[in-house]
Design a protein around this ligand. Structure first.
Ligand code: AMP
Ligand code: GLY
Length: 420
């Protein structure tokens, strides 16, 4: 059967790599893909924004299943458009994806479903938001309601910072329409973990827990990024606790959506904060897998991902069990000079190596140039992911192999996994 992966980052390379291992999959396509997916799949030059063209292409090419990587096409309604064309797609509808693209909606659902989260309020008036902030005091968190590519959250240490964040989002509109409404909430303390699951509307099939490192620089310093590395498992939230997460978070949220007439089918990601006493609160939901968490989850996953996702689309997820490697996995991201602010592209990437089942350099911002060389496209360029008998062994493996690779302006953190 033929599979289409929508997206072109490291997460999509990892999904394509895993889907291709299924004995049921004859061909993997990626739209638009990158230089890494080009080596294992066929890249299709259609933008994930162009939903109609994608659906027509998928129908003409008899795609059995489409798997969507990033949130933007889901928020635009990709799953709805594909359904209209009679195509099978693993990803939530536009209405269900609101869990990610409206922080206010997610808060409302959590509150109704009894899911623990930060206490807060939602505002569409800057003056009212500021009044609430003055009343509560700092530290406090200000979030743009809509999609903002990870840049819509300000964790303000002072009152001035929080008030400035309101002006930035609501008055200067630095995030466009995403900042027309803001959520203001208490700052939670603790350590973060990523809990992801495959959902078919009723059944929730959890994946193992991972932890990503969002700050650009060592010591959790510098600006927030999409993620500079990840490890799984993590002592912050052991894998054995995931069943409790399903009970306390995923099932109540899916039921609350269902009560409103919305069936959630797709990956669901809960970013959680675990406080020093062990209490778990939800920071956010994503309607997709994490990047770079997916790169390590795909290495640890021993079961056939394609069969699991197809079962979910067909509403049979309760028949599926996922097997995970007892080994740990870790990945380290290499980004380009200037990330996350500027784009520095066209640098030749040297030292790329043949992947194995235990070590893969998953590409993100890469493309092939006219001479057949792999060059950078800016942003996060690649992530070397590796298995090991422990997190520390997996990290050693990832770092040793990352150091074989070089490009002008290459940056990576040297302390991934060292502070969990
Ligand atoms: P979000 O997009 O909501 O996950 O926010 C991005 C990042 O901001 C999270 O991964 C946290 O590091 C931080 N963050 C968000 N909400 C809070 C909160 N209520 N308390 C502390 N940190 C937060
Ligand atoms: N790595 C965090 C995310 O994908 O949202």
């Amino acid at each position: 059967m033929k599979v289409l992966v929508v997206g072109g980052g490291g997460r999509e390379h990892a999904l394509a790599w895993k889907l291709k291992q299924s004995p049921k999959v004859t061909q993997v396509y990626c739209a638009p893909g990158n230089a890494g997916t080009a080596q294992i799949a066929t890249n299709i030059d259609i933008s994930p924004k162009n939903l109609g063209a994608l659906a027509v292409w998928a129908a003409e090419n008899k795609i059995a299943l489409t798997v969507v990587g990033p949130e933007a096409p889901l928020a635009d309604g990709l799953a709805d458009v594909f359904a209209e064309h009679g195509l099978k797609v693993f990803g939530p509808t536009k209405e269900a994806a609101r869990l990610e693209y409206s922080k206010n909606f997610a808060k409302e659902i959590m509150l109704k479903a009894g899911v623990r989260t930060a206490e807060g309020a939602c505002f569409d008036s800057a003056e009212e938001a500021k009044e609430y902030i003055r009343e509560k005091g700092a530290p406090i968190v200000v979030k743009a309601d809509g999609l903002a590519s990870g840049k819509g959250v300000i964790v303000a240490q002072t009152l001035e910072e929080a008030l400035a964040a309101v002006d930035e989002f609501m008055v200067e509109q630095t995030m466009g329409d995403a900042g027309n409404t803001v959520v203001v909430e208490e700052k939670l303390e603790g350590k973060e973990a990523s809990v992801m699951a495959i959902v078919d509307g009723e059944t929730v099939l959890p994946m193992v827990v991972s932890q990503d490192y969002k700050r650009l620089l060592d010591g959790d310093d510098g600006p927030n990024t999409g993620g500079m590395g990840a490890v799984s498992p993590t002592s912050v939230l052991p894998d054995e606790k995931v069943a409790q997460m399903v009970e306390d978070i995923f099932i109540p949220v899916i039921r609350e959506l269902w009560a409103r007439g919305t069936r959630y089918t797709g990956f669901l990601y809960a970013g959680v904060m675990i406080d020093p006493a062990g209490a778990v609160r939800v920071l956010e939901f994503n309607c997709r897998l994490g990047d770079p968490e997916t790169q390590i989850l795909m290495l640890r996953l021993q079961s056939d991902l394609f069969s699991a996702l197809l079962a979910a689309v067909n509403g049979n997820l309760e028949t599926v069990e996922l097997k995970w490697s007892k080994d740990a996995a870790a990945c380290v991201v290499a980004s380009s000079r200037g990330y996350p602010k500027q784009v520095d592209d066209g640098k030749v990437i040297e030292g790329l190596f043949e992947p194995s089942e235990r070590i893969v350099a998953f590409h993100a911002g890469t493309r092939g140039d006219e001479d057949g060389k792999v060059v950078s496209k800016g942003g996060r360029i690649l992530a070397v992911a590796a298995l090991g008998s422990s997190v520390s062994a997996a990290l050693d493996n990832a770092y040793a192999n990352l150091k074989r690779i070089s490009f002008d302006g290459m940056h990576f953190r040297s302390d991934i996994g060292r502070n969990s």
